[in-house]
Ligand binder design. Structure first.
Ligand code: ATR
Length: 263
């Protein structure tokens, strides 16, 4: 039986096992997907296990998406450019690190919104933001502006990606699409304390999907904007990892969407 893992710290709340084991069963694959809380000093051995075919694939989550890179033999373009790895597999020349958050974000917008020629405002500059920027650039967004509480972190992103604009936290320039990529909202009572009363007919995206509707999305909705949470992004990053490991595309249907209903 093939073994797959998601590693991180904390890991208790990860819904990846539910999703992957559902698809493994639906496709009658002889495999199991487990979660493992690890410390940084365990990464090296786990990657050796991939090389030795003891583990067939690993998903990586917070806070190790960057840390794993030093132990890998090869990075895909997406992983290289974002310096973020969430999917590990054995390739022909060694252990490969890939980043399916990029395509996960893209696919989450598929039936919802086309960022081409649009002005995008991203709130936050944490781990997931390089993947979102990379995807938006690929989708030919007109402009990408970052607003982060700690401006220096936004400045660091500007070094990695060309033509990024930065505004101070609290400033809301005109935008077509706004993305909450901060951790504000993970607790249902969290308030982002930005004024959206002058927005209307825009697109509000929250990377958070639990709670289903953060106060950021509630405010977006209240002022007549279209809203979407991060559930599809989460599902699609898993979908592309599944495709790499099992060489087939799993179904994203109502049953899968229900699996992640947890509040
Ligand atoms: P990391 O920064 O370790 O990658 P993350 O969860 O990916 O962690 O990112 C958290 C993001 O939420 C950061 O952009 C953070 O802003 P700082 O860079 O200033 O820390 C943002 N964030 C967290 N709490 C916030 C708050 N109360 N107000 C505004 N932004 C906040």
């Amino acid at each position: 039986m093939k073994k797959y893992l998601v590693i991180g710290n904390p890991i208790e709340h990860s819904l990846s096992p539910q999703l992957h084991n559902h698809w493994i069963k639906a496709n009658k694959i002889d495999a199991v997907y487990e979660k493992k809380k690890i410390n940084q000093n365990e990464i090296k051995d786990l990657i050796c296990d991939v090389k030795d075919k003891k583990i067939s694939g690993i998903n990586v989550t917070v806070p190790f998406k960057q840390e794993v890179i030093t132990y890998l033999d090869e990075l895909t373009d997406q992983a290289q450019k974002t310096q973020s790895v969430n999917t590990i597999y054995l390739g022909t020349n060694g252990v490969v690190g890939h980043n399916t958050d990029v395509d996960g974000f893209k696919s989450s917008l598929k039936d919802e919104y086309d960022p081409k020629n649009k002005n995008i405002l991203i709130l936050g500059a944490g781990g997931v933001v390089p993947s979102i920027i990379f995807a938006l650039k690929n989708m030919k967004a007109q402009s990408i502006t970052i607003s982060n509480r700690t401006r220096e972190k936004a400045e660091n992103l500007k070094k990695k990606f060309e033509n990024i604009k930065i505004v101070d936290w609290g400033q809301i320039p005109n935008f077509d699409m706004i993305i909450n990529a901060t951790s504000v909202g993970l607790n249902a009572e969290d308030e982002i304390n930005l004024d959206f009363s002058k927005t209307n007919n825009k697109f509000f995206y929250d990377v958070i999907y639990n709670p289903t509707e953060t106060n950021f999305l509630k405010a977006g909705k209240k002022f007549g904007n279209k809203i979407i949470n991060g559930k599809l992004m989460f599902i699609y990053q898993a979908y592309y990892a599944f495709e790499i490991w099992h060489k087939l595309l799993p179904k994203v249907d109502e049953e899968v969407l229900k699996l992640l209903e947890n509040d």
